[in-house]
Design a protein around this ligand. Structure first.
Ligand SMILES: [Zn+2]
Length: 302
């Protein structure tokens, strides 16, 4: 077995990097839960159309985490990602109110995404781990960190858009800039020009579709948030990826829309549905499976 200068075996280095990714992902997933729960409310309270302004300050850290039923402040042992839910048996430790399972599921999904990013960028590869502070390891590490943060931001956007039909600028705009800067520093798998064109094509294509629809149908068919989200995804993935991305998102959106309309019957014909989650699902599918598989699935393999 090969041994690193620190005395750790290469397998041990890989194991620690994997565990660290899972742990960081779980902590970030826990923060995602706070953003998903509080950001829409913050935006609503600060908007000019808000019916009343709450006298209590409300942001991501104030008031501290508490049970919505009994209002008791949660203890540090109640806030450990994933594990707390397990040993509290999914209930508030004070009043027994059931805690929605989506909190631990979000933490687990984000945690697994961080592990996937470490794997994808070869951080679990023993030969690369030979030089944990070498240039290659640092570059790959920064790339993995960027993609891990990107996936975490997409997790927040998916749930906020699904629930509130809202894609907050507070997330889409930093995501766009992070993509442009990442490409500029050579940390994404595309050139700065491709990132710039991806952002421009993403925004403009949806802007044209949205305005065309408004002129033809005399009503809004797409929100500003979708344009900004596609601009951000374009900056991370380049202009060419946007074609399979939008095709897959539209196909999935249509399937789910028809299913809700005809089978579940919880949607009426003129009721809008959030498109953001489908764009994000398509983007992640492309990242994990690659454009060839997606185009093949859509019957455009050739
Ligand atoms: Zn409680």
């Amino acid at each position: 077995m090969q041994t690193h200068a620190s005395g750790l075996s290469l397998d041990a280095v890989s194991l620690w990097v994997g565990l660290l990714s899972l742990l960081l992902g779980a902590v970030v997933g826990s923060f995602c839960n706070v953003v998903i729960l509080r950001l829409p409310k913050m935006l609503l309270e600060n908007s000019e159309t808000a019916p009343t302004h709450s006298p209590q300050p409300f942001d991501l850290s104030t008031p501290p985490s508490h049970c919505p039923q009994c209002s008791k402040r949660l203890q540090p042992s109640h806030l450990i990602p994933i594990l707390s839910h397990w040993w509290l048996k999914g209930k508030c430790a004070f009043c027994g109110q059931v805690i929605p399972s989506r909190y631990w599921k979000t933490e687990l999904l984000v945690s697994l995404w961080w592990l996937f990013c470490a794997f994808k960028f070869q951080l679990l590869n023993p030969t690369l781990s030979l030089e944990p502070l070498g240039t290659l390891f640092v570059t790959q590490g920064l790339s993995a960190l960027l993609w891990a943060l990107m996936g975490s931001a997409l997790m927040c956007l998916t749930q906020i858009d699904w629930e509130h039909q809202l894609l907050p600028d507070a997330i889409t705009q930093p995501l766009l800039w992070l993509g442009l800067l990442g490409a500029n520093f050579g940390l994404l798998n595309l050139t700065p020009q491709e990132a710039l064109w991806g952002a421009a094509v993403g925004y403009t294509s949806f802007w044209v579709i949205a305005n065309g629809y408004r002129i033809l149908c005399a009503r809004d068919g797409m929100g500003q948030g979708d344009m900004k989200l596609l601009a951000a995804l374009g900056a991370w993935m380049g202009p060419l990826s946007l074609i399979p991305l939008v095709l897959l998102a539209s196909t999935c959106g249509a399937i789910v829309g028809i299913w809700r309309l005809k089978v579940r019957k919880d949607l009426s014909l003129n009721e809008p549905i959030a498109f953001g989650p489908f764009l994000i699902f398509a983007a992640l599918t492309l990242l994990v499976l690659g454009p060839k598989v997606v185009l093949h699935f859509l019957g455009l393999g050739a």
